[in-house]
Design a protein around this ligand. Sequence first.
Ligand code: ACM
Length: 262
Amino acid sequence: MRVALVQSSPVFGDIGANLRQLLAAIAANEADLYVLPELCLSGYDFDGPSQLAPFAQEAGAEPLEALARAAAERGAGIAFGFAESAGGKLYNSSCLALPDGRRRVYRKTHLFAREKLLFSPGDTGFFVEEFRGLRVGIAICFDWIFPESFRTLALLGADLVAHCANLVLPYCQRVDYARAVENRIYVATANRVGIEERAGRRLTFTGESVLVAPDGEYLARLPAGEPAVAVARVHPAKARDKGLGELNDLFADRRPELYRLG
Ligand code: ACM
């Protein structure tokens, strides 16, 4: 099972250009599952909901269909982040589009900083979808700082977390090591690069997309400052084995009855 991290450089507010960039990167690299960044169609730092709304996609919108068609044509899964418009609300969402037509949308649980002024908090919760023997869960960017996000996905049976990101803090890529090792899962963080500067705000996105194995090995790491793609192989059986030496099992040894506050 080949997993591609697609690290892009979105043009703020230019959905057509961003879609072309993403489709070209997908077409140029063979993989079974492509993981794309958070909000990879629109860009990130909108002034407010009214500026964001025209760039938010409803179910069935053409940019979402174009990525779903690419998934079908390539016989691959594509996980991509987008601004979603649904039921009069805006969500920071990711879609997992699979070649058999399945689509699952995850809405970001933990909104970061000014995202709280733009989006409604996600209401889907976490889920896992099986594709070609790999159980895939989705998380979006700041979800990483809450261990509960990846733990929940791992307990739901995820072998790999497709982590669509627009990282600005410098240490997620190192924390991914912990998220992978503590859950014995693959963590695929697809981050963006570039700078967004508006209304006196300046955000530098950190790139360095990583794919970390259940034993903590970094199977791929992209450069900090430029768009790039990395493809690496993952093995679901490696993520399903929660054993650690002869006497320990990371899940069987948990003591949830003692994880109480008072
Ligand atoms: C983030 O959650 N985009 C930092």
